[in-house]
Design a protein around this ligand. Structure first.
Ligand SMILES: [Fe+2]
Ligand SMILES: [Fe+2]
Length: 337
């Protein structure tokens, strides 16, 4: 034994390590997340952003954003995704840039600001969902009289883990609008020009209107739905029908009055933001009773189920890293017996 200790010291001096010195991979039978279920109250989040609205200008902060930082992680909301709330006040213009992290916006309050993405201007309002795929120029302009707030979700923790965080400011504060309004809606409709590129892994930037989401909810809202998720509408890549972005999916989930889902678990982690209504979610041993404005995280490989015991439908905005896990061959899912 004394010899082994001396041997290990020798190894250490030369930056080697014996396999017997570390926890051995084949002892752990299942994934164990390093972060637990967690819930951020909407009341606290909106109070924080309101305060940032009076104390933090865009000259101090490139974007006025409050991040939901998981207390058990060095940064981010899960190990792959970060969930933020951004505020843009009337008259403000958040400068243009682009970065390796892919991003989305889900507008929770206000109407009439514009996202400029790759030279096209999109008006946005409550319930709209917009993508800013990786390396696309984007800036935000609010010439409406209302303050807008939206969720920003980025795959930044993954980009940092892989150490590929390219980032570039635009040469001026603002990018010029070079594409007529509505170009994307025309080019990406079922009647599609032949020259629109179909071969990129990154989807084109796109805005999904709340009116359209509501129509689909109404059309399919009486069906049995998914046993684990109820009515679950994924925002598909408008070109391919594939994941929202290559690294993560976004979706609208509706739990109808009285609905209780079955319990399942998967190797993707999920983030939820309560857009409308109330309900509860049990993740492992933890039960969260949630209401409008709350956000919570379900870490990978923990059984979870949802219920809505209230009289109104509950609508959740959901984000998960399932596409990433599937692309790498790491995705597994199972229902609780
Ligand atoms: Fe950005
Ligand atoms: Fe799930």
């Amino acid at each position: 034994m004394a010899d082994l200790k001396a041997f290990e010291e020798e190894l250490k001096k030369k930056n080697f390590r014996g396999y017997w010195q570390a926890t051995q991979g084949d002892r752990s039978r299942e994934p164990v997340a390093t972060f637990e279920p967690y819930l951020w109250k909407g009341k606290d989040l909106y109070e924080a952003i309101d305060r940032a609205g009076t104390e933090v200008g865009l000259e101090t902060s490139f974007r006025r954003v409050i991040q939901m930082k998981h207390p058990s992680l060095p940064g981010g909301t899960t190990h792959t995704l970060t969930l933020n709330l951004q505020m843009l006040k009337p008259g403000e213009h958040a400068a243009a840039h682009r970065h390796m992290a892919g991003a989305i916006r889900f507008i929770t309050k206000g109407r009439g600001a514009r996202l400029i993405v790759e030279g096209e201007s999109f008006e946005i309002g409550e319930g709209d969902f917009a993508t800013t795929p990786n390396w696309t120029w984007h800036d935000h302009v609010n010439e409406s009289g209302e303050t807008l707030m939206w969720l920003d979700v980025l795959d930044a923790p993954l980009v940092r883990l892989l150490q590929v965080d390219f980032h570039e400011p635009y040469k001026q504060d603002h990018q010029p609008v070079t594409r007529a309004e509505g170009t994307s809606f025309s080019e990406l409709s079922p009647i599609r020009p032949s020259w629109v590129r179909q071969d990129s892994i990154q989807p084109p930037p796109f805005v999904y209107r709340w009116e359209e989401t509501e129509k689909v909810l109404k059309t399919v809202g009486e069906r049995p739905g998914d046993p684990y998720d109820g009515i679950f509408l994924r925002y598909a890549n408008p070109l391919t029908g594939g994941p929202t972005l290559p690294t993560f999916n976004c979706a609208i989930q509706m739990l109808r009055p009285g609905e209780k889902t079955l319990s399942h678990r998967h190797t993707s982690s999920a983030l939820y933001h309560v857009f409308r209504g109330k309900g509860s979610t049990t993740i492992g041993e933890t039960r969260f009773d949630w209401e409008e404005g709350d956000s919570f995280v379900a870490p990978l490989w923990q059984y979870h189920r949802h219920e809505n015991t209230h009289g109104q439908p509950a609508i959740l905005f959901v984000m998960n890293d399932q596409p990433l896990m599937e692309a790498l061959g790491f995705y597994r899912e199972e229902g609780q017996k």
